[in-house]
Design a protein around this ligand. Structure first.
Ligand SMILES: C[S@@+](CC[C@H](N)C(=O)[O-])C[C@H]1O[C@@H](n2cnc3c(N)ncnc32)[C@H](O)[C@@H]1O
Length: 270
């Protein structure tokens, strides 16, 4: 049994490696992000309709609780791992540890806004806001907040190109991104500058930073894969140019993608 599992993992890794090597290099820009995520988030309307509880919305039955290959504690694992729940737990721990005085939080690139509904359940006294590029994400986020009676507000914003009139929420104590800067490979420094301008204390980022990946087979394949799909690049150097009070980095030990080894960045302004 154990040998069969090991063989399954080796086969999977070989297939992934081959897929990465054969993959065409793409150039990610606003047009393809808008297309990918507008279509993707629109599909969540039917999941929201089916969800009878917040728990079902945060982990969609039959979609997000099925076995697959994950990076769990640094190991390639085949299981029904709740990767989104894991990231939200890491985010909550980081908020409590690094910004315990924070009374208001904004997510930039909130998707359908589920991270914020989770945070509101855990921290009911904190004011929460979400900005998202794609209109279907904003719409589904608003409908979900209304359906579950949770006070979180969402609005459409391109945090790279939009002017100040689109920042409709108050400046908050803290802001975070979760796998959103990954979508802006070359403009991530500008993105973080814009986000930092709208917070008082600092920011948290859970993002794949390939420079920090281990020099293992999966770590190297992950670096190649992320370069080919044009994910976040040069982030570690970029944040050091910002003149911040503190840059704290911690590894994120598990991931939804077996070739991903994300990092947690804490950027403190004061
Ligand atoms: C991988 S999804 C992550 C969504 C959410 N943070 C989560 O953890 O479920 C990345 C999101 O970032 C958004 N995004 C990418 N570029 C953006 C920009 N310039 N302004 C606002 N949102 C952006 C995308 O539209 C997408 O919804």
């Amino acid at each position: 049994m154990r040998e069969a599992v090991q063989k399954g993992k080796a086969d999977f890794l070989a297939r992934m490696g081959w897929a990465v090597l054969c993959r065409q290099k793409i150039n990610r820009d606003k047009v393809n992000v808008l297309q990918e995520y507008s279509d993707g988030w629109a599909q969540y309307r039917s999941y929201l309709k089916q969800a009878d509880s917040l728990d079902q919305w945060l982990r969609i039955p039959g979609v997000e609780d099925v076995p697959g290959f994950y990076n769990v504690n640094g190991q390639l694992s085949y299981e029904a791992f709740d990767s989104a729940g894991y990231y939200r737990g890491e985010l909550l721990n980081a908020l409590r540890k690094y910004f315990p005085q924070g009374r208001s939080v904004t997510e930039f690139g909130a998707g359908v806004g589920r991270n914020l509904l989770f945070l509101k359940r855990e921290m009911p006294d904190v004011a929460l806001y979400g900005y998202e590029l794609c209109a279907p994400g904003v719409d589904v986020g608003r409908d979900a907040a209304a359906k579950f009676g949770i006070n979180v507000q969402y609005s459409q914003l391109d945090y790279i190109h939009d002017g100040s009139e689109k920042y409709v929420f108050p400046v908050t104590d803290v802001a975070f991104t979760m796998f959103s800067l990954e979508q802006v490979p070359r403009e991530n420094e500008l993105a973080v500058r814009n986000i930092l301008e709208h917070v008082k204390l600092g920011t948290i980022h859970i993002e794949p930073v390939p420079e920090k990946y281990p020099l293992s087979i999966r770590g190297l394949l992950g670096r190649l894969d992320h370069w080919k799909v044009d994910y976040l690049a040069g982030f570690d150097k970029a944040v050091r140019r910002l003149g911040l009070k503190d840059v704290i980095i911690e590894p994120v030990r598990s991931a939804h993608n077996p070739l991903m080894f994300p990092s947690l960045y804490i950027l403190r302004k004061v």
